[in-house]
Design a protein. Structure first.
Length: 63
């Protein structure tokens, strides 16, 4: 589960990065928005992956 969450996080971060690159060329004043969204999504993904690890280690279950 953790590897799947990491993969999803990286794919969506790459998509947001591509949107940021396009925004830089078309509307430079809006380019920071996808970057902020990407950073927040990455942080949330890391937080939930950490929570999954904690809950798995408490119960002794390996998912």
């Amino acid at each position: 589960m953790d590897n799947n969450a990491d993969s999803t996080c990286y794919v969506l971060s790459a998509i947001f990065g591509a949107v940021t690159a396009l925004a830089l060329f078309s509307q430079p004043h809006l380019a920071f928005m996808p970057a902020i969204a990407s950073a927040l999504y990455w942080l949330l993904g890391r937080f939930f992956a950490y929570q999954d690890r904690l809950s798995g280690s408490k119960t002794g279950e390996a998912e």
